[in-house]
Design a protein around this ligand. Structure first.
Ligand code: CP
Length: 307
């Protein structure tokens, strides 16, 4: 029996390299299953999972729900905008009331950094972090690693550059942890104002020049500018950002090699990436979304102790 070293998936920081490899190997098995004519297995038939979302989501919420349904779990969905949170109910009261209905596992997205870590100290159910503020988005990083492995055969030794708004990105931090643990080389590239000061402690390279970063990497993971998290102006205008840090076909064609293009979504077409790049054969953006279901099946299956 293979099992994770942790009872919750709070962040990639808490995982060992063996945990990551176990999740990715298990996800490969589930990807084969969900491509069969009958996509469903009974693995979590006796498990009830609540998806508790305090922030908007398209990919993560639907992907978790599909993963749960493919595993035959019972699923309930909670959206804060239509809940009693609007009447002043606390996070802990909300989750304890959901658990009182015999729910076994909580998948939570929250705008506050550390909200799932706080919950883990106060409740007994398994918790999966589906994104906590600007901190971590562990299942996104796992599906990104799965997708790199699928396309390039290996993650170790590959050069991955994360472009854009690193400062506000939970995808960036989780990817840095995941890639470094698997032995990849990691670079970040963006305007100085969008690069956090703690990058040195994470052992990543920093490059301010877009062309140099693209020339260096095997994989470009392009991030969205998160205007909703920016309380001050970090660059003069979106037009200027796009001029210096937007990835377009002309720049990619000028490189002396081909690179893999990734993006966690949602895309701001024409700002950080043009449509001719996002929709090109080098883009694996929709493969990432497809792989998200298998990776989340693996995480839920392993946390439920079924490994
Ligand atoms: N990549 C991602 O987390 O997308 P959503 O915000 O739509 O879930």
């Amino acid at each position: 029996m293979s099992q994770l070293s942790v009872p919750h998936l709070l962040g990639i920081k808490e995982l060992t390299r063996e945990d990551i490899e176990l999740i990715l190997t298990t996800a490969k098995h589930f990807k084969e299953i969900i491509n069969r004519p009958i996509k469903k297995v009974p693995s979590l038939r006796d498990v009830t999972i609540a998806n508790v979302f305090f922030e908007n989501s398209t990919r993560t919420r639907l992907s978790f729900e599909l993963a749960q349904k493919r595993l035959s779990a019972d699923v309930v969905n909670f959206s804060s905008s239509s809940s009693s949170v609007k009447k002043g109910e606390t996070l802990l009261d909300t989750v304890n009331n959901i658990l009182a209905m015999k729910v076994d596992m909580i998948v939570m997205r929250h705008s506050s950094v550390g909200a799932p870590h706080f919950l883990a100290k106060h409740i007994k159910a398994n918790i999966v972090n589906a994104g906590d503020g600007t901190h971590e988005h562990p299942t996104q990083a796992l599906l990104d690693s799965f997708s790199i492995h699928e396309k390039l055969g290996v993650v170790e030794g590959k050069k991955v550059c994360i472009f854009g708004d690193i400062l506000h990105s939970r995808v960036a931090l989780s990817n840095i942890f995941a890639l470094k643990k698997q032995g990849a080389e990691v670079m970040v590239c963006g305007p100085n104002t969008l690069l956090p000061r703690y990058l040195n402690e994470l052992g990543v390279k920093v490059e301010l020049d877009l062309r140099k970063a693209l020339q260096w990497c095997d994989v470009a993971n392009v991030l969205r500018i998160q205007l909703e998290r920016q309380t001050i102006k970090y660059f003069p205008s979106l037009r200027e950002y796009s001029l210096y840090y937007g990835i377009n076909k002309e720049i990619l064609d000028s490189l002396d090699k081909e690179i893999l293009i990734m993006h966690p979504g949602p895309i701001n077409r024409g700002i950080e990436i043009t449509s001719d790049v996002a929709d090109s054969p080098h883009s694996i953006i929709l493969d990432q979304v497809e792989n998200g279901v298998a990776v989340r099946m693996a995480v839920l299956y392993l946390l439920a102790g079924r490994g």
